[in-house]
Design a protein around this ligand. Sequence first.
Ligand code: TEU
Ligand code: CA
Length: 570
Amino acid sequence: MNKKMWWQNAVVYQVYPKSFQDSNDDGIGDLRGIINRLDYIEKLGVDVIWLNPVYKTSNIDGGYDISDYKSINPTFGDMHDFEELLGKAHERGLKIMMDLVVNHSSFEHEWFQKSISSKSTDNKYRDYYIWRDPVNDHEPNNWGSFFSGPAWTLDKSSGQYYLHLFAKEQPDLNWDNPELRHSIFDMMNWWATKGIDGFRMDVISLISKPIGLPDGRIHGSELYGDAAEIVANGPHIHDYLTEMNKHVLKKHDWITVGETIGVDTKEAEKYANLDGTELNMVFQFEHVSLDGNDNPALGKWSDNHVSLKKLRDNLTKWQKSLYGKAWNSLYWNNHDQPRAISRFGNDSEEYREVSGKMLAALLHFMQGTPYIYQGEELGMTNAGFQELSQYKDLESINAYEELVEKEKLITSQDMMTYLRARSRDNSRTPMQWNRDIYAGFSHVKPWLSVNPNYQAINAEDELSDPNSLFYFYQKLIKLRHTLPVITDGDFNLFKENEEDKEVFAYTRKNKNETLFVIANFTSHSVTRQYDVPSESKLIIQNYPTNDNQVLKPYEVKVYLYTSPSTTLHL
Ligand code: TEU
Ligand code: CA
């Protein structure tokens, strides 16, 4: 694959349907709501909408527990609504990428219902999931679930345990069974006939389990072993994805992105290789795992702030390692991560907008396909919940129970602080459309509280302000579509920037053009010596004025100039 693929020049907008727009006043977002907001998404200028799961679900984990891969969650609408959404998106030149959740299904899925019904060898569905006998009257191994508690649940009637890396209502599918794999490939091709434009593949790095299912490492005072690090990138992962590519992906001009927990740059080179034998790109987790708790037993639960050096080193590593070999995805946040401005910028009234613009520019001038999570383009912030009862996400609720009540590892007050910093609900609060009650998301009380700051942060106000964050994103997207160097240029940290604690600066360069991006990560002014050719154009900035060599709080400036000639003049 040498020519540029369409998705290398694309920008993706992520829609979490439950929180985007309610059209029928039940307090829950739906497909009709998305249809009604297509003008808004089109105006932003993105190319692709990634829809979080819209399938029939048991509703345990925000739709990531699918009970029927071929039907639509009735709370969101029906298949006609879906087809209408797809058709109307296509009319506007917007593509739709669906979520593919096939590491596990819901326990209510027909396959699991048949699987659990009997362990007889005539029951071919038994082997669609991962069943094991108890070991010394206990779970088959020490693995913990991502959502607290053990990763195994006993089925009393057969006396065997089934594996679930997530909730017990999300049993893991057995990818070592070829018939299961082909059932999934058929289902993917069935969606292809509907005309969808690709898949985001949920925890796809976890589908090939290690042989013998050995115990995981126990970190600190944790109760369970770490399954993720030994399950990720299992023995057959690349065989299974190559097979999927052959039976499904290579037949379609799709965008595909694997959500890949536990993937480093070496592994990413395989998943997202430029020969196109597996996936187009992956979501790596490194840059969103740098601010975890110093106590490994607490994992992601912390309110630490990552140092600029660590963040810059990590992003630089991904930019440089994948260059010419594989393709990056670029993201600051999504439905599982806290809001970017609250985490990496500054969500105070004074600096919210300017730091949001700085983060946006820094990411959007890197190489890869950028993902914008709904509300990011408005500068939405973390939820700020004060009560445990405001949280709806099972990960948060279970973690509180396990860490505060059961293990007594931390105080309730500390956990509330950590939830405010890291709960997945921070990004799931309803989209802020306007100043009406419930922010224009619904006319009734939404399923999750609206962030009270919707009076100050909402789409309607930003659409009427030419200097808003919304239009800044719109401009970044336009620049990506028009300046090839953003897609194909190489990446280099600005000289001697490796140790800088305040400034992140880099160049992108191809044979014609060079970009110079310089950003102040702090809330004070700094000065730096940098020279750009006198004919350089300042193509985007987040302050109305530019003082040479000075960077105001969270200031970002991006210069474009002709690449210095590399030919020798004798
Ligand atoms: O996420 C995988 C996953 O492990 C993380 O979301 C994890 O929960 C996060 O890093 C916080 O600790 C995917 C989906 O994106 C997520 O919404 C699902 O809950 C999960 O898989 C199970 O399907
Ligand atoms: Ca609704």
